[in-house]
Design a protein around this ligand. Structure first.
Ligand SMILES: C[S@@+](CC[C@H](N)C(=O)[O-])C[C@H]1O[C@@H](n2cnc3c(N)ncnc32)[C@H](O)[C@@H]1O
Length: 396
């Protein structure tokens, strides 16, 4: 299907939705009571996101926030409140009807927030060619939009272009556990349903990485629908445009603290828990300015960690039988590859079958934030027979 047809179909779908106010899409997790205090019902009614771009909670007063596919404006208005009257918000959308609603509500929200004028600028434009200057945005948010864009690679490049060095994104979107088959890609109606255009988690994460982002990791995950055996997930990801400015190198070594026994970062460096590794300036920037920071000890001389060190982290499986129940784990970053203490190797975005014992490990506080776990068994697994599950025919 040509890209223009996809764009037109999607736009018509959302133009219709904003006029009818029909219910669409996915669970979000907003605090509606809180939003109702300053956002009119007309906007809340056409909230068609699939998450809460919790990046908004990291916004500092005075920052510039960009919302890609702003729709009726819900996230723009929440950002407007958080950046304060000195800050600025830009909302981009391709659908006239959505823009008209958002623009009409902006003065009402500004008044509710006590601002002299609205600090939200709604602009007509496409996600893959945004009417936004280079390097002018502190935070990009987007809520259930990029899956609707036919050319995601271009969107990711655009995101990188408009962000300031050191800027960040938090986007909620629909991804799939496996590639979408052609019959679904060619189904016009399913584009608007946020299904046909869903990338696999691996392709989504890889696309952002290719565009130049680092420290890309999950900040939220909601299992959504299973259609023809394909699991659609709502995932919220954060990542950084790391600045290649003149920061001096301050640490020569980094020691990984766990909970994994071994990881490979997005630049291909491997780290073994407890073993110091020399790092260059770029690696230090990646590890210190993103989600990796809390997982390392940085030092001028090699620092070896042992189990007794307060930052050492590991989760060993229980001494219990392994039972297969249909669970699959998807590593959601920020590592390209990571190994647990049972020698299971997880690759970012790839669904890997896990036994009940490993599932318990991944559900632990230390591991939970790195995984999306789905169950591919279409019927409840009743057998409780323990089975071999280790790489060498033993149990893990
Ligand atoms: C699912 S709705 C989400 C709207 C809003 N983010 C929210 O949370 O309510 C998708 C919105 O993205 C817009 N959109 C879809 N594809 C787009 C694209 N390629 N460029 C710009 N806007 C797009 C649609 O017009 C629609 O308003």
């Amino acid at each position: 299907m040509p890209n223009e047809t996809i764009t037109q179909t999607v736009s018509e779908r959302y133009a219709r939705a904003v006029t009818t106010g029909e219910e669409m899409c996915c669970p979000t997790g907003y605090d509606h009571e809180e939003l109702q205090k300053f956002i009119p019902e007309a906007v809340l009614k056409v909230s068609y996101g699939c998450g809460t771009p919790v990046g908004l909670t990291t916004v500092q007063p005075g920052e510039t926030v960009l919302d890609i596919g702003s729709g009726g404006g819900i996230d723009c208005f929440e950002a407007s409140r958080r950046v304060g009257a000195e800050g600025k918000v830009i909302g981009i959308d391709m659908t006239d009807e959505m823009l008209a609603l958002a623009k009409s509500q902006a003065p009402i929200v500004a008044k509710n927030l006590g601002y002299a004028t609205s600090n939200v600028d709604f602009r007509k434009g496409f996600a893959d060619a945004m009417p936004v200057d280079d390097h002018c945005v502190d935070l990009i948010v987007s809520n259930c939009v990029i899956n609707l864009a036919p050319d995601k690679v271009k969107v990711f490049r655009e995101m990188y272009r408009v962000l300031k060095p050191g800027g960040r994104f938090t986007i909620s979107d629909i991804v799939a556990d496996q590639p979408i088959p052609n019959y679904m890609i060619q189904d016009k109606e399913k584009w608007g349903d946020c299904l046909s255009g869903a990338l696999t988690l691996g392709d989504y994460w890889g696309g952002l990485r290719q565009a130049g982002f680092g420290g890309i990791h999950q900040v939220g995950f909601i299992p959504w629908r299973v259609i023809d055996g394909i699991h659609f997930l709502s995932l919220t990801l954060t990542g950084y445009k790391l600045s290649s400015d003149s920061i001096k190198q301050t640490a020569q070594f980094a020691t990984f603290t766990g909970p994994f026994s071994r990881i490979t970062d997005e630049r291909g460096h491997s780290f073994t828990r407890g073993i110091p590794q020399s790092i260059d300036r770029e690696t230090e920037q990646l590890l210190k300015n993103s989600s990796y920071r809390e997982l390392f000890v940085f030092s001028d001389s090699p620092t070896t960690l042992t189990k007794e060190h307060p930052q050492w982290s590991s989760v060993l499986p229980e001494d219990a039988p392994c039972v297969w129940k249909g669970q699959y784990a998807l590593l959601t970053g920020p590592f390209v590859e990571a190994c647990d203490d049972d020698e299971h190797t997880f690759i970012c975005g790839e669904a890997q079958e896990i036994c009940s014992k490993t599932n318990k490990v991944l559900e632990s506080e230390a591991y939970r934030k790195y995984f999306a776990v789905i169950n591919r068994a279409s019927e409840t697994v009743t057998s409780q027979e323990p089975a071999a599950c280790g790489p060498t025919d033993g149990c893990c």
